[in-house]
Unconditional design. Structure first.
Length: 246
């Protein structure tokens, strides 16, 4: 992914990691289109930063199709999508009421990216060079007890990314998996103030540096996430699980 010349669509870019990357990609020279559900926030970001914006609800197939048609009509040179939208919810499976939240996580974190890839993959294959960036998590590789469905959803995204990378290897589309650690965002209540979490700006700056130094990387791994990503392969899984869940 050439961060200086790409035309990128990022649903879920009205806050957090998505917005931080959108701002940095735009500053690097890319054309950035951001999407989200809140039209008033999209309008404000367009006014403040000059983004093109498109309303999109990642759990609504009709909304995704409409967003695709709008984006491609305005930006036929689109050559990258970043499947940024996701939610994280604490659950307790000892209470059957956890299911409603779990299904919402699955619909957003798994089905949403599947629909997004399906909506854009044929167009991306027409571009000389194109990118699908998925967003998993360090928790795809090491479980946090409080968020079982979130962990599983990100494990799915990890394996899905590896699989479609193989299928798309003969095309012009590369697949890059962004693997965040715990970052100071509003993903969960109080997370933005957690002192042990990686500050958002530090995370986004490191991601951009990694993309700049290796634009065709299969995975984008900031230093902080390697403790999670490689716990099992380095033979320290049980100790790492205990540390994360202390």
């Amino acid at each position: 992914m050439d961060i200086t010349t790409s035309t990128v669509f990022i649903p879920g870019a009205t806050s957090g990691i998505g917005l931080a990357l959108a701002l940095r990609l735009q500053a690097a020279g890319s054309t950035v289109v951001i999407g989200g559900r809140r039209t008033e926030l999209l309008e404000r970001l367009a006014d403040e930063h000059g983004f093109d914006t498109v309303p999109i609800d990642i759990i609504d197939p009709a909304s995704i199709a409409a967003a695709r048609d709008t984006v491609l009509a305005r930006h036929p040179s689109l050559d990258a999508i970043i499947a940024m939208a996701g939610i994280m919810t604490a659950e307790d499976v000892r209470d059957a009421g956890f299911l409603d939240d779990a299904l919402r996580v699955v619909e957003t974190n798994i089905v949403g990216p599947l629909r997004l890839v399906a909506a854009f993959v044929e167009h991306l294959q027409t571009r000389p060079h194109a990118t699908v960036m998925t967003v998993s998590s360090g928790l795809a590789h090491l479980p946090l007890a409080a968020t079982p469905t979130y962990n599983g959803s990100k494990a799915f995204i990890h394996r899905f990314s590896e699989s479609i990378r193989l299928q798309l290897a003969s095309t012009s589309v590369e697949v890059i998996e962004l693997v965040p650690p715990a970052v100071q965002t509003d993903l969960m209540p109080g997370q933005a103030e957690q002192p042990g979490f990686l500050p958002l700006d530090d995370f986004a700056d490191e991601v951009m540096a990694l993309l700049r130094s290796n634009p065709h990387a299969a995975e984008i791994l900031v230093e902080r996430v390697k403790f999670l990503r490689f716990a099992e392969v380095e033979g320290r899984f049980d100790a790492a699980v205990a540390a994360v869940n202390a």
